[in-house]
Structure formats: C-alpha cells, structure tokens
Write a protein that binds this ligand. Structure first.
Ligand code: NAP
Length: 287
C-alpha cells in the first residue's frame, strides 16, 4: 500500500509558518496585500477565489477582490491591472482564469508588473525559471515540488513523466523537475503510445483533466503518483486524473483528490504573496 501524501496537512503547516512571517512584516508596519481580479461568474472560479480569500485571512494577508462584468473590455481589464501595478499598498496581483473568450488572457498576464506576479505567469517569471534563477514559480508546480521535499522523494536521476503541457502546470513542472536533476518526459494529447512512457516512469505527475485516466495497468510497481487533476466523475464526485483505488495498490506514494495538490496550490500562493512583499521592501533586491 502506498504512503498517502497529505497535501491538506502540509498546506496547513505552511500557512501557519507563513503567518509567523506575515506577523513579522506587520510589526514593521507592512501588511501584505493580494488583489484578485475575476471576470464573469464562472462557478468553479468562485470556489477557488473563496478558498484563496480564506487562506489570506488565516495567514493575515489583506485581500481585495475585483469582480468585473462578463462583458468587460480588454482595455478596462488592462487599465485595472495598470492601476494595481502602481498601487503601493498592493503586493500581489492575481487574474483568475478562465476569463470570457473575447478577452486576451496572455496579454493581461503580461501587463502584471513582475514584482507582483504571484502566479508566476509573466514572461519574466517564466524566463527566469527556465534559466534557473530565483523567481515566482507558478503555484501548482511549486506545491508539487514542496510535496517531494517534505516526503524526501528525491528526483535525482529519476524518470519523471508529466501528463499535460499547459502553461500553468505542465510546462513549469518540466523546469522544476529538471532543476531537481530528473529525466523529464512530457506527454500530451498528440503523444503516441502514452502508456509506454507511464509504464517506465519512476514518478508520474498527471495534469490533464480526465477523470480516472491513469489506471493500474499503466504504471509500474513502486511508482510515485502526483495527481493534479480536479474533475467530476459520472456521479458528480470530485476525482483526480488517477484511478486512485487501484493505482494506490501499486504506488509507493500517491496524492489523493481532494486533499492533495489543491490545498498546496493555495498555500504556495500565500507563499508567493509574502515573497513578493519582502522583495518589494528589499532595497538590495536583485530579484
Ligand atoms: P489544460 O490547460 O486543459 O491542459 C490539459 C493538458 O492535458 C493539455 O496539455 C492536453 O494536451 C493534455 N491532455 C488532455 N487530454 C489528454 C489525453 N487524453 N491524453 C494526453 N494528454 C491529454 O489543463 P490545466 O489547466 O493544466 O489543468 C489540468 C487539470 O489540473 C484539470 O483537471 C484542472 O482542473 C487541474 N488543476 C488543478 C490544480 C490544483 O491546484 N490541484 C491547479 C490547476 C489545474 P494538448 O496540449 O495536446 O491539448
């Protein structure tokens, strides 16, 4: 039976450590503040945004939400980002995805000033990650790496297979795993014989958004499984990309859904807001 990686407990521990750091900043008269922009009223986004606001509350980060109308124009979205870039009381800016289709989300991400890019989506953050410099790392990949570290799962020389190549999960994960000296393979919807890759993997990180896609016959004994997926099954139950019940029997470590990567993503957002605040007040910062 696998060790279940308890993302919920680890995230709680991280939030409580961050609270100490946040209190120290407050003693110096600095209150970290996160601004969250949401366009339209996507139900899943509402849940994510609520969870982020709760986490801010727990850590002591001030939280301000900007709810924009479904029909908001690109220009108005960009103007709001510009205003928040200039607002010295705001330390982190997050644009909740998805946005309505008429908006250009990449252009909006690019408008966020680098030092407030707590989601790690701007080209500056992504570029720095690629050349191995300290920067804001996108929250889900950073959460996955923290899990490896906490559970002493060494990626050095391991065959890591990442399922999914999105800008927010799969792609930054490639860099994070390379930095840990893993041999990285990335699979996506055009990959031929995906099972050939998963069957030889020491570690599988799945972020494709397909319920129970990774089955026991696709993995080897002792594999480490990180399930990023958040999906609903045929009964409306929250499930990951992995057939947990059967894969657990073969794995050495596995993350559950819910209670695995999800809480870690939010804890890492809190981490990045504190990091951003410190860098903004550090006169010697080379960040
Ligand atoms: P996304 O942008 O839709 O990307 C999905 C990726 O999976 C794409 O690269 C796609 O390939 C690939 N893919 C889809 N179906 C596939 C298949 N049958 N075989 C192989 N590859 C396939 O998704 P995302 O935003 O990265 O999110 C992925 C999942 O993670 C979703 O369930 C999402 O809800 C979840 N998520 C969870 C967290 C968390 O905190 N736990 C955070 C973010 C996302 P192509 O590129 O070829 O289209």
């Amino acid at each position: 039976m696998a060790v279940i990686i308890d993302g919920k407990a680890l995230a709680k521990k991280i939030r409580s450590n961050l609270k100490v750091e946040c209190d120290e900043l407050k003693k110096k008269g600095i209150t970290p503040k996160l601004a969250v922009i949401m366009v339209g009223d996507n139900p899943a986004s509402k849940v994510y945004v609520r969870n982020k606001s709760r986490a801010c509350n727990e850590v002591g980060i001030e939280y301000q939400e900007y709810l924009l109308d479904e029909n908001t124009r690109q220009e108005d979205l960009l103007n709001l980002i510009k205003k928040l870039n200039q607002d010295e009381t705001v330390n982190g800016i997050l644009l909740q995805s998805p946005v309505p289709e008429h908006l250009n989300i990449n252009q909006a991400f690019k408008a966020i000033t680098y030092l407030k890019d707590v989601d790690g989506f701007t080209p500056s953050s992504v570029g720095k990650l690629c050349i191995g410099e300290d920067t804001f790392v996108s929250c889900t990949p950073l959460g996955v790496i923290k899990m490896f570290e906490e559970y002493n799962i060494d990626l050095n020389g391991k065959d890591v297979v990442i399922l999914g190549r999105s800008n927010i999960v799969g792609r930054p994960l490639i860099q994070c795993c390379l930095q840990k000296n893993a041999t990285v393979t990335v699979c996506h919807s055009r990959t031929k014989s995906l099972e050939e890759h998963t069957k030889r993997a020491d570690v599988i990180i799945s972020a494709i958004g397909q319920p129970k896609f990774v089955t026991a016959d696709m993995v080897k004994d002792g594999v480490v499984i990180i399930d990023v997926g958040i999906n609903r099954d045929e009964n409306g139950k929250l499930v990951g990309d992995v057939d947990f019940k059967n894969v657990e029997k073969k794995a050495s470590y596995i993350t559950p859904v819910p209670g695995g990567v999800g809480p870690m993503t939010i804890a890492m957002l809190m981490n990045n807001v504190i990091k951003a605040t410190k860098e903004q007040y550090n006169e010697n910062s080379t960040f």
